[in-house]
Design a protein around this ligand. Structure first.
Ligand code: SF4
Length: 485
């Protein structure tokens, strides 16, 4: 048992909410190795902190700076009792084994308005649970909560507006309610589970697919890895006591993709649907294998960008002029702090010319091209034309091919090593889109040295090029499969 459990028998907000989602997940989080913060996560945390600070502007309150919870609770109590204090930031409370920090408390009549700040643009279920839990602990500590507010990011905010316009308040007093008895019972059950020598036994389900501990709990080739498995089908499989994909009988109702997955798992061989050659022949040469990278921030980096809007910053293009020909490469990376979109759109149109299929992997590129078309009316006709030339390789895989090593996923990170052994992302400094976005922001930051900028630029180009080269190799692998019949 870890030292933190023996010495600290409390749950914080995030632990409580995780434990409610799945007690085993909480157990594995708490007893596992400490989480390491990668650059992308650190950037998200920094952004959240900055949004929190802006949300307090103009309220004239007092920040509870004490990091130790007991000290912070004492300080909060003194501030709450002082009628001269109109607002408290990061106030600390404790009740029934739960410890919370309230983002903002504003004195309202005889009670307090509890304001929780989130850098999201819409109210989500987890936000309401967060507010309700904080309300429960504040109220149970003896302080009346008169109102509850979610202070979210205003989706209509644009660069140049005042910081007040960055936020949109949502009154959630009626929605953010909590059953105190249920809370107490849940806290006790979770703390008991955490004290145990083994993780608690819990039912698995579709919710496991988004859990970081999926590989710990779910055996390989489990029915949960069937693509697009519905709750109804899962219940039917459970009713028949079927947990392994290979056990699913032929007559059991599955989608065409799920059937292909089952057959691949049963035989251990790649499954190729008839018609693959026909769908591959629908392309027109030259083939342009296109991959975009983008950046999205809560507080927009550029004018005319909405909070959290994806802004394309670079692309890589591998070009196959004729079938079996030599592949050429072009790319674009916007390297300074100015808005990248106009230059990127113009270069893209130049590089893609007037004809030839544009091979992509998902609908991400289509969405970015649509965004550019609505931003630049003079380029819109040419950009809209590009959309008619798009050819989604992921859809081809989903519709025609399954390799047992896909593990239920058609992500390029799974399909590439399965179909083209030897080509993956392991040798790259940047190996996923989130890391690329974080690196881009570091590259354009004013304080980054020229040497570091060059290094990041090289890493970004290498990562994006690997994505477009991956599509070339996947396309070639599919052509070979189609030839073999
Ligand atoms: S995979 Fe499922 S059972 Fe395992 S910890 Fe995650 S949510 Fe819980």
């Amino acid at each position: 048992m870890s030292a933190s459990i023996r010495s600290d028998m409390h749950l914080n907000k995030s632990q409580y909410l995780t434990g409610k989602f799945c007690p085993k997940r909480l157990y594995l989080d708490v007893h596992g190795p400490p989480e390491t913060l990668d650059a992308a996560t650190q950037l998200r945390l920094d952004e959240g902190r900055q949004v929190g600070e802006w949300a307090r502007e103009g309220l004239g309150g007092v920040l509870v700076e004490e990091r130790g919870h007991e000290e912070a609770v004492k300080r909060t109590r003194r501030l709450m009792a002082d009628p001269g204090v109109s607002a408290i930031f990061e106030g600390a409370f404790e009740h029934g084994g739960l410890r919370v920090r309230a983002d903002i408390l504003v004195r309202q009549g005889e009670g307090w308005n509890l304001v929780e700040v989130k850098s999201s643009t819409s109210v989500k279920k987890e936000h309401l649970e967060d507010v309700a839990l904080t309300r429960h602990v504040v109220a149970s500590s003896g302080w009346p909560v008169a109102a509850c507010t979610l202070r979210l990011v205003n989706r209509d905010f644009r660069l140049g507006m005042s910081i007040e316009a960055f936020f949109a308040d949502h009154d959630v007093t009626r929605e953010a309610v909590f059953d105190p008895e249920e809370a107490d019972a849940t806290v006790h059950a979770l703390l008991d589970a955490l004290r145990g020598p083994e993780p608690p036994q819990v039912p698995t389900g579709l919710h496991c697919r988004s859990c970081p501990h999926y590989d710990v709990c779910i055996p390989d080739r489990h029915v949960l890895s069937l693509p697009r498995l519905s709750e109804k089908r899962l219940s039917e499989l459970r009713a028949r006591n079927l947990s392994r994909i290979a056990e699913i009988p032929d007559r059991f109702s599955l989608t065409a993709t799920q059937r292909r997955v089952r057959d691949a798992v049963r035989t251990g061989a790649v499954q190729v649907e008839s018609g693959l050659d026909e769908v591959l022949n629908r392309v027109t040469y030259p083939l342009f294998f296109l991959d975009f990278e983008s950046v999205a921030t809560g507080y927009p980096l550029y004018p005319d960008v909405a909070p959290h809007e994806q802004v394309p910053t670079q692309y890589s293009l591998h070009i196959l002029p004729v079938s079996g020909g030599l592949v050429a490469h072009r790319d674009f990376l916007h390297e300074d702090g100015a808005d990248p979109r106009r230059r990127l759109a113009e270069r893209l149109l130049e590089d893609l010319g007037d004809s030839g299929s544009i091979v992509v992997y998902s609908n991400f590129e289509q969405a970015r091209i649509s965004g550019l078309a609505s931003l630049f009316p003079d380029l819109a006709p040419a950009l809209e034309n590009l959309k008619g030339r798009l050819y989604d390789l992921c859809k081809v895989l989903q519709g025609y091919v399954y390799h047992p090593a896909f593990g239920g996923s058609f992500s390029i990170k799974r399909t590439l090593p399965a179909l083209t052994p030897g080509l993956d992302y392991a040798d790259l400094a940047i190996s996923d889109g989130e890391a690329a976005s974080a690196a881009y922001r570091e590259m354009i930051a004013p304080g980054t040295s020229p040497g570091r900028r060059r290094e990041i630029g090289r890493d970004l180009r290498a990562y994006c090029a690997r994505d477009s080269l991956a599509m070339v190799r996947l396309y070639e692998a599919l052509c070979q499969m189609a030839c073999r019949g």
